[in-house]
Ligand binder design. Sequence first.
Ligand code: CTP
Length: 400
Amino acid sequence: MDKPKVVLGVSGGIAAYKACELLRRFTESGHDVRVVPTASALHFVGAATWSALSGNPVSTEVWDDVHEVQHVRIGQQADLVVVAPATADMLAKAAHGLADDLLTNTLLTARCPVVFAPAMHTEMWEHPATRENVATLRCRGAVVIEPAVGRLTGVDTGKGRLPDPVEIFEVCRRVLARGVTEPDLEGRHVVVSAGGTREPLDPVRFLGNRSSGKQGYALARTAAARGARVTLIAANTGLPDPAGVDVVQVGTAVQLREAVLKAAADADAVVMAAAVADFRPSTYAAGKIKKKDGQDPAPIVLVRNPDILAEISADRARPGQVVVGFAAETDDVLANGRAKLARKGCDLLVVNEVGEGKTFGSEENEAVVLGADGSETPVPHGPKEALADTVWDLVAARLE
Ligand code: CTP
């Protein structure tokens, strides 16, 4: 099979160095990448780097290798064009159809999906000119990833950072596999919890669980691709923030509850994918608990944590809010799942079978989604993103 052909456009921003990591992700996962930097981008990362990392020639101007008619052919042959970083100037040129170098020509000749990953100072991102250019590009079917919030080039912070290259790659992988997703969740706010809570015993020890957070992150990423505003409440995942998602980091079940209740106040849907500890130690030792010679360790006394899923299901923050829970079961998976759905009072329950080597930390999942209306939707073994899409299909149907 031919390798998918990707054009990586790089425009002139300091975040150009992060595009090297994105390029590596593409080449290592079997894509044929043609890097097309602008002249300004070469001030930050030189042509030799792009050429060595991609294994392909690198041109900036339409006057290089004119006999190959590169300004037409590169775009025509591409399966995907991604511009990362996309500067304010690049967005403006793309929105207005200017074609004064190889990258802008490529954008005009490409008939494949186009992804822009903007990076710039907050003022530039918020300027009405840039807002209009982004709206124009989206309206034409381009995917424009929301920049991340954080440290910018100098000492200042704000919205405008290039999202983590891993997450730009995830967006591109989805677009290559499925085309540009219909924004059926546009105008909706969804809340997803992910990861596993940690309940501290003392400053160095905690009771935790083996949830990786990957399913919750796949849910957040998928909802963002479908146009939703997404708040991700992340408990101890250590994963990079999904592009275009607001991430709130928490540690314990009590902190997770507080963050979920706050975000759920105006949410259309809440998906509780986090593994929340049912119990926490009744006391927290301010100093490290020391072993004492000749003495047995003191037993750990546990108290119940609040059941967040049951609470938000019983007391919906908005009429019509859809609440989804997860259940990890080892035995009598469906019967236990039905009983749990009734007990928690949610609208949908995603039931996984777990055990040695199953689900935890893996890239794949297999589940049955049970509905309070008696429905049963099996999701065959596959990527966590496919399960996420099924969950959002079922949520979207209930939001209508
Ligand atoms: N959950 C929650 N708050 C808790 C415990 C769990 O919101 N204190 C949520 C999880 O996020 C998940 C669902 O409830 O969506 C199922 O969690 P699970 O631990 O399997 O359910 P339990 O009711 O604790 O049942 P059991 O441990 O008996 O299997």
